[in-house]
Design a protein around this ligand. Structure first.
Ligand code: PGA
Length: 252
């Protein structure tokens, strides 16, 4: 049985006090959702310790949205994986399309970040996904395959057991356009096949999340698909009620 995961990527939103309120709202309503669903919230770095405090006593886990490629030292403005782990993070989002697009993150950088994450006991939520042009040209399978081969294929079998993948088509992020449930299933199944080519049976255990305008109204249909194990939620994670309602989308 694969883990069912609903992870909130708050991006660069909320002030610290608002983030604490949001986390408290998720904690307060969590009981309404099946305990089989694993909730993760990923606030900005500045909020991590306060949100960790707000989550205490609940089963909601904490993640960061990024980490440095280096362990420590003279890297002004960077935040090390060891630092976020020390604040209680269990997860770190890596390779989000916004990081690839706006901050020039390449597979070479991501390989180093993945190493840092594992060295500090964090589970990476590794994001893959094509842009609109690539989708329209029918290249989406090749794009995600390369994103997996160049980074995930470098993991050891042990590391791979602690990995979450998020498929996020760039054209669906923050646009209100969602991939159809069938489109999601098609590419999730493909991703699992690419993972199986390297890691064999362990690929069946790897959670693959869908991300991109996922909301309460479409979560159930998408999560019902065999190879969709949950969602990485942006906009809809900023309201506790919506975030929790997405968790209720699991019917299986
Ligand atoms: P969205 O973002 O839900 O606002 O589309 C998802 C993401 O980028 O993780």
């Amino acid at each position: 049985m694969r883990k069912k995961i609903v992870a909130g990527n708050w991006k660069m939103n909320t002030l610290p006090a608002e983030g604490v309120e949001l986390a408290k709202g998720v904690v307060a309503g969590r009981g309404e959702v099946c305990s089989c669903v694993n909730f993760i919230v990923c606030p900005p770095f500045t909020h991590l310790s306060m949100v960790a405090e707000a989550l205490k006593g609940s089963d909601i886990e904490l993640g960061a949205q990024n980490c440095a490629a280096e362990a420590k030292g003279a890297y002004t403005g960077e935040v090390a994986a060891s630092m976020i782990a020390a604040l209680g993070c269990k997860y770190v989002i890596l390779g989000h399309s916004e990081r690839r697009q706006y901050y020039g993150e390449t597979s070479a950088t991501l390989n180093k970040k993945m190493e840092q994450a594992y060295a500090n006991g964090l589970t990476p939520i590794y994001c893959v996904g094509e842009n609109l042009e690539e989708r329209e040209a029918g290249k989406h399978f090749d794009v995600v395959k390369a994103q997996i081969e160049e980074v995930v294929y470098n993991l050891t079998e042990e590391q791979f057991k602690n990995l979450v993948i998020a498929y996020e088509p760039v054209w669906a992020i923050g646009t209100g356009k969602t991939a159809t449930a069938d489109q999601a299933q098609e590419i999730h199944a493909y991703i699992r096949k690419v993972l199986a080519e390297k890691f064999g049976a362990a690929a069946a255990e790897c959670p693959i999340l869908y991300g991109g305008s996922c909301k309460p109204a479409n979560a159930a249909e998408i999560f019902a698909k065999e190879d969709v194990d949950g969602g990485l939620i942006g906009g809809a994670a900023l309201k506790a009620a919506d975030f929790l309602a997405i968790g209720k989308g699991f019917q299986k």
